[in-house]
Design a protein around this ligand. Structure first.
Ligand SMILES: [Zn+2]
Length: 142
């Protein structure tokens, strides 16, 4: 049976039965079974990764593809999410996340491409940094 037709649960059961089988054999046959076990484990990993991505919001899924944790896109994304409902201008996002202003500007502009999740427009910054309206980014309640 092709592995990609199995459910995650079936794959996990298969992994266990292959492991049990492997414990009882040696030599060339064991090598073949080991390869099979690797294939099953790869497929389990792929399934688990894709189910995590399916639960993520679209903007978050995009950021999950970023190379490492704690990078500027993730910092800004999670900062805004933690302050959901609050409009924050780029200056204040830069100050509070430690990311430089030009990068904040680019990333906030990218988040604005997901209007179901983020609003970006001239508003009063929730940080009271200015009495004037500035371009602010605000995470929406999803
Ligand atoms: Zn501000």
């Amino acid at each position: 049976m092709a592995l990609d037709t199995l459910t995650l649960k079936e794959l996990q059961q298969k992994r266990q039965s292959v492991k049990n089988h492997l414990a009882n054999i040696k030599g060339p046959e064991a090598e073949v079974v080991k390869t099979e076990l690797d294939d099953v484990e790869d497929m389990i990993r792929i399934r688990q990764d894709s189910s995590r991505l399916q639960r993520a919001t679209p903007a978050e899924a995009l950021l999950r593809t970023a190379p490492e944790n704690g990078n500027p896109p993730e910092k800004i994304y999670f900062f805004l999410k933690q302050n959901t409902g609050q409009a924050v201008c780029d200056d204040c996002v830069a100050r509070e996340t430690g990311v430089d202003l030009a990068t904040v500007n680019t990333i906030a502009g990218t988040l604005a491409l997901f209007p179901a999740e983020f609003r970006r427009m001239a508003m009063r910054c929730s940080r009271d940094c200015s009495h004037l309206e500035k371009v602010c980014t605000q995470a929406r309640q999803v």
